[in-house]
Design a protein around this ligand. Structure first.
Ligand code: UD1
Length: 383
């Protein structure tokens, strides 16, 4: 990747799975434009590998091809994490980077942070400090450990600062910079694919008027037959009020098939699609009357777009989307969901405001901060 300056060394930037890509794309752009920063090397762990989970988003977001692909693929959490660590270590030995930049909360985020921290390479964590306080979520464990190991913690919302302070992280390491995912949303919104084009491609005529968007992939919702059936029954009932477009993760698709639940979504008012490209999803979300999801990122994107979001989880690590945005945490409470959908269809639902610093310039702030931090830092001893 090109760079504005010829500062020595490298910054290693890590991505692994779909929700990382929209966070890393603006960072790479801002790093290459920032004087005083070393060259960014993009490492893909290969956690996500399907064309629709991976390649498609790279091209939509204009992400450069990764310099290095570790090709770990799917496995149990322990094996996947261990395999990323094993394959990432030689990359650091060869490049001796000035720092490693990780984003979000996936297994790759945790694995690369552990390897870097043990080698004495500083870790910068973008989207630090978010907490669901639910350790049954693999992402929560990834967040807590990554933050403990990070030298620089870049936050998206004020709640993160109290969380990090409670966990003993010194405030000098933390910088409130805003939300890089919203940078991507601003950059690409004008290129969003109109929903009509997505519907026409799928030959669906079910939504001449308002429609809703559904995504579900959390293990807590889709890995057990009974909970997945409960979710699909809710989707089916909501579809009686408003036609729904369901863009489903391969894990969800596979479980629907293996649990014999496909019939629950058979309706003219439900369009089931595979994972969509970034621009298709942006088009669908922007025009939706309501979004039902268990995704972390979509809670924030809907808040930025001003579209009501019903989060089918028992908690959120992104409380600002509830306090200031358009998000409501509803679990699998069918009565509450149907009530809120009715309210949204009749009166438009919750109207939020855009949180502070979700302004499309978070990546630039990180690049400037990182550049100052690197310049001020004594040359470290290597372990
Ligand atoms: C991961 C992240 C999650 C994020 C999600 C977005 C962790 C712990 N979880 O979950 O935070 O919200 O990505 O999608 O890192 N699979 C495919 N094709 C792929 C990738 C996965 O079919 O390209 C299937 C495989 O059956 C795999 C399963 O999905 O076993 C789980 O994939 P994995 O990457 O381990 O976690 P996600 O559930 O995608």
């Amino acid at each position: 990747m090109g760079n504005a300056t010829d500062a020595p060394g490298f910054i290693v930037c890590v991505v692994g799975a779909r929700p990382n890509y929209m966070k890393m794309a603006p960072l790479l752009q801002a790093f290459s434009a920032q004087p005083g920063l070393p060259r960014a090397v993009l490492v893909h762990t290969g956690q996500h590998y399907d064309p629709m989970m991976n390649d498609r988003l790279f091209s939509d977001l204009k992400l450069p091809r990764p310099d290095i692909n570790l090709e770990v693929g799917s496995a149990t959490h322990a094996v996947q994490t261990a395999e990323v660590m094993r394959r990432f270590e030689p990359v650091l030995d060869e490049l001796l980077p000035v720092c490693v930049v990780v984003v979000g909360d996936i297994n790759s985020t945790l694995a690369c942070s552990v390897v870097a921290a043990k080698k004495g390479v500083p870790v910068a964590h973008v989207e630090a400090g978010l907490r669901s306080f639910d350790r049954s979520m693999p992402e929560e464990i990834n967040r807590v450990v990554t933050d403990q190991l990070s030298s620089l913690l870049y936050t998206t919302e004020e709640s993160a600062h109290a969380n990090l302070a409670r966990e003993g992280i010194p405030s000098e390491r933390i910088a409130f910079v805003g939300n890089v995912m919203i940078d991507s949303l601003h950059s690409h919104r004008a290129r969003a694919v109109p929903p009509e084009a997505t519907f026409a491609r799928a030959q669906w005529r079910g939504a001449p008027g308002p429609f809703g968007v559904v995504t579900l992939h959390r293990p807590s919702n889709v890995d057990q037959p009974q909970t997945l059936a409960e979710c699909l029954d809710i989707v089916r009932e909501v579809a009686r009020r408003v036609p729904l477009v369901c863009a489903l993760h391969p894990r969800t698709m596979a479980n629907i098939a293996s649990f014999g639940l496909a019939g629950k979504l058979t309706s003219e008012r439900v369009l089931v699609l595979p994972p969509q490209g970034y621009l298709e999803m942006l088009g669908l979300m922007s025009a939706a009357a309501v979004v039902l999801t268990d995704s972390g990122g979509m809670q924030e994107e809907t808040t930025a777009l001003g579209v009501p979001c019903l989060t089918m989880r028992d908690n959120t690590e992104r409380p600002i989307t509830v306090e200031q945005g358009t998000n409501t945490v509803v679990g699998r409470d069918r009565g509450r969901i149907l009530g809120l959908v009715g309210e949204i269809l009749e009166h438009g639902g919750k109207r939020g405001r855009t949180p502070e610093l979700w302004d499309g310039h978070a990546a630039e702030r990180i690049a400037a901060h990182l550049s100052r931090w690197i310049a001020a830092r004594p040359v470290p001893a290597r372990i």
